[in-house]
Design a binder for this molecule. Sequence first.
Ligand code: DGJ
Length: 728
Amino acid sequence: MAILWDQKNKVFSLNTKNTTYQMKIDKFGFLLHTYYGEKINNDASYLIVNQDRGFSGNPYDAENDRTYSLDVLPQEYPFYGSGDYRTTAFDVIDSNNTSGCDLRFESYEIIQGKYALSGLPASYSENNKAMTLVVNLIDNRLNLKVQLYYGVFEDEDVITRAAKIINNSDKTITLSKALTANLDFLTGDFDLIHFHGRHAGERTMERTHIEHGSFSIGSRRGTSSHQHNPFVILAERDTTEHFGNCFGMSFVYSGNFECTAEKDQYGQTRIAMGVLSERFNYALEPNESFLAPEVIMIHSNSGFESLSHKYHNIIRHNICRGEYKLKRRPILINNWEATYFDFDGEKLFNIAKQASELGVEMMVLDDGWFGSRDDDNQALGDWWVNEKKLQGTLKEVSERICSLGMKFGLWIEPEMVNENSDLYRNHPDWAFVIPNKKPIRSRNQLVLDFSRKEVVDYICESIFKVIDDAKISYIKMDMNRSISDVYSAVKGNPSEGKILYHYMLGVYDFMERLLTRYPNLLLEGCSGGGGRFDAGMMYYSPQIWCSDNTDAISRLHIQYGTSFGYPISTVGSHVSTVPNHQTGRVVDFNTRGIVAMAGSFGYELDLNLISDDEKEEVKKQIEDYKKYWHLLHNGKYYRLTNCEEDNQKTAWQFVSEDKSEALVQVVKCDTHCNAPAEYIKLRGLDADVAYELDGNLYYGSTLMNAGLPVDAMNGEYKAYKIHLVAKR
Ligand code: DGJ
């Protein structure tokens, strides 16, 4: 059984194939967290050592027992008011403006199947095999209920958490903090692995030791952000790629978030994740509830590699949805870097024609096709086709491109508005603008108030009309600024946190309506590249434009960091021109192809402008992508080098599920005269099976333990691939 309830000891054990997650209702009804890690069989609460700790208060129930303090005990959902002075997960302000609550166990329910979260993305279990535990906590004074949800995916080694807060009183209660998940560790010395970045430089891995005090990452930008990804790993200090204990937390949410890791006065570690509590102040009216979005937790006792495999698996199979969830996506060409705003119907057709002759399967028309959008200062919100610029209707343009045997895709940015647009002129109150304050502009655009249904309705209506009138198989949904000036011109003037949470619900609603109306549509997420690259978006878009930086060498770092928490199939990755538009770097066509292939593959340049030799390379790359797609997207992904430490080479590998085939890709990042030899050790092969390489046979054991020499290639940024096939 995945969920065990030990009535005698009042212990819940959530068991997956390899892990146990345990909590206990103690003698006073507090919910303690007793264990998370490799599978165990005992009630782990014997590990808790109670001592009289100075300045750590005792709940009244403990009477004269000074050894009982929630300031020290490991807890499941720590709340302010319990005498716990560490980072808490939950904090409320009652109608008398007083903070402090008292949550005690009330009841529980075990349900076959996985809970869903209305209006929010969450993992799902198609075969209903996953199980749900609901633990109800109650504060009797406030008449407030906290439902903790746990999803248990036994075979996948995944535990998910979410929470619902319900105000059963007749007064308004303000949630000043309502995080989703908290983990407490009695022992261990930990690092936090987090993925920071910036526009065009997302998800750079960084490892920070958790010292006494707390360390936080998060986003205040309204999106999950380029700056900090909502995926982290708490790892014991000796944990490496292939060794050691680590715990992942992935937030299935695309808006503001926080994640805090703290080492307390006794060296115990706490980590908590959820919606950002700064300016949150979510007013819960009587009978109103708040859903804290899901966190997906995975433990690995054998390092980051196996943790990543488990995240890849759950996101690919239990988060992503739709026709293209597991199917090969069309190889696309996008006109953005080829033309920017400078195009017309004929130019687009010529790009598509050349691309189709070389084997590209879909043409994506990026920004600039609507309203008066000839630059990025105007027209967002005016979702009508600029037929003059396109030299025809979108139906004509799309049909002409489809007549080449291609599919056709379109770019949109539904959440935005320019002041120079008909939409803004007609509905200035639909944008986030604070009365009597000039708003912060970014890319000269403002943000539409997607927390309001009428705004989402209008945008749906105008964009659906465009899609209905043309032949569209794919939508790239962009979002190009951080949110500011959060003010909703609706009655009641909610807090910034409440507006932004409902804003995200509006964005999710938009995508859900889009996918319901066009069930075969491929939706690619984007926020100036990877500014909203999170598991929440992946529920709607199985691929996300990974970064606006298309430089293959920059992409090595970005894609390396991304690979820790997200499957390769989600990584939108294109071959672009050189010198690269973002970095000015010149990299081989072959290298650009190899790096882009470790993702959802496409092109982002005018293929009319490349040499005949390069055109032949395009044909070969497309052939290769089709040939190796089953490995690239369905195989297991192994990082063979640490991209942040090894500045000589970056190598990675894909291995088929049955280990009969593998693809190794290597990029040389530096070049030297008379250089020392370099080696890579392969992973994931069958040790006892021989694999054929260049006519020679090498056992898996040899390739994994002795390795292979890296080709000594002369010249900068060269790359190559090795395809290994088992000879059984
Ligand atoms: C930012 C995106 O990331 C680019 O790929 C492109 O679509 C531009 N926006 C268009 O404005």
